[in-house]
Design a protein around this ligand. Structure first.
Ligand code: ADE
Ligand code: ZN
Length: 322
């Protein structure tokens, strides 16, 4: 039972949080045939590449500023309903451009959703702008420049998501330099689809405060020690890892081993309905599948607040709510 615990989420892709029912409404509204990607109330994909394709297709049924406000408010309402006090949403202004809405209107819609959710429940949220590896280094640099120039107080971090098997982290290092110079918090997907080398690349070429997933660091004892020594925070998404077959089952998932080795870990849902999960379920898994006590789970949440990309006053206020 984790329903009484306060919760925090550092790693959730906004469009990846779209409930199938909402996506279906949107597809009907715009007369888009979404059946290849959404059937019987569930998203349809079978491996990492087809998941990314499904994700991109689903994202395309959200078209206007109002659609993004609705999507954001709906997800944050779900989170606040289960006791979540802080959420970081991974967003892609580049996606806004690709669908013809424009990056500014896309971000404005998301920010409106955040304001509405905060007014109703008090939930605090920030945005992590992401580049998508499979759209190439130039597009990722564009995303970093957008985030750097936006001067939007809700945009506080920069990420790299997408097809981890495409290129090496060094190809995207310039984008992270731009984001770092702008004072944004840095996090990067690594050690999810690719092995320990990708986490090593991330540490060497980006020096991020946090790593999205990072769980395959477990393949190298030296690397696990390096993560622990550096204090790098892992945004671990167990349900996502099992759905994508990064590990065969929860018994073989390294969350507990990483924590016991001194690595700072947090839990998140990644793309919840795509992976038949939710932040509520991830907290339940922490207890039921990983055997963490309430105090240990609060500790994961505390690490999340400590690693959140927020100013010190907000961090203090969040810690006081724990
Ligand atoms: N984009 C959305 N979800 C992702 C994931 N789990 N890994 C990489 N890119 C993503
Ligand atoms: Zn992710």
């Amino acid at each position: 039972m984790t329903s009484h615990l306060r919760k925090v989420e550092l790693h959730c892709h906004l469009e990846g949080a779209a409930a199938p029912a909402l996506t279906l409404d949107q597809a009907r509204k715009y007369n888009i045939d979404i059946t290849p990607y959404l059937r019987d109330g569930a998203y349809v994909w079978h491996d990492f590449a087809s998941f990314l394709e499904c994700y991109d297709k689903v994202s395309e049924v959200y078209k206007t500023e109002g659609d993004y406000a609705l999507l954001t408010e709906t997800y944050l309402a779900e989170l606040s309903g289960i006791g979540t006090i802080y959420s970081e949403l991974i967003v892609s202004p580049d996606h806004g451009k690709r669908i013809g809405l424009g990056a500014d209107a896309y971000i404005e819609g998301v920010c409106e959703g955040i304001r509405r959710a905060k007014a109703k429940s008090g939930i605090e949220a920030r945005l992590i702008v992401t580049g998508e590896r499979h759209f190439g280094p130039e597009s990722v640099i564009g995303a970093a420049e957008y985030a750097a120039k936006a001067k939007n107080p809700l945009i506080t971090g920069f990420n790299l998501a997408g097809e981890e098997r495409m290129g090496r982290v060094a190809d995207y290092a310039r984008a992270f330099d731009i984001a770092r110079d702008a004072g944004l918090g840095l996090t990067i997907h690594a050690g999810e689809v690719c092995g320990a080398f990708s986490v090593e690349d991330a540490l060497n070429d980006v020096r991020p405060a946090r790593i999205g997933h990072g769980v395959r660091a477990i393949e190298s004892t030296d690397l696990v020690k390096r993560l622990a020594d550096l204090g790098t925070v892992l945004e671990v998404c167990p349900g996502s890892n099992i759905a994508l077959k990064v590990f065969p089952d929860f018994a073989s998932h390294p969350l507990r081993k990483l924590k016991e080795a001194g690595v700072r870990v947090t839990i998140s849902s990644d793309d919840p309905p795509f992976f038949h999960t939710s932040l509520k379920r991830e907290y339940e898994l922490a207890s039921d599948a990983f055997g963490f006590s309430d105090a240990e789970i609060d500790n994961l949440t505390r690490t999340g607040i400590e690693a959140a990309f927020v100013d010190d006053d907000t961090r203090r206020a969040l810690l006081a709510k724990l």
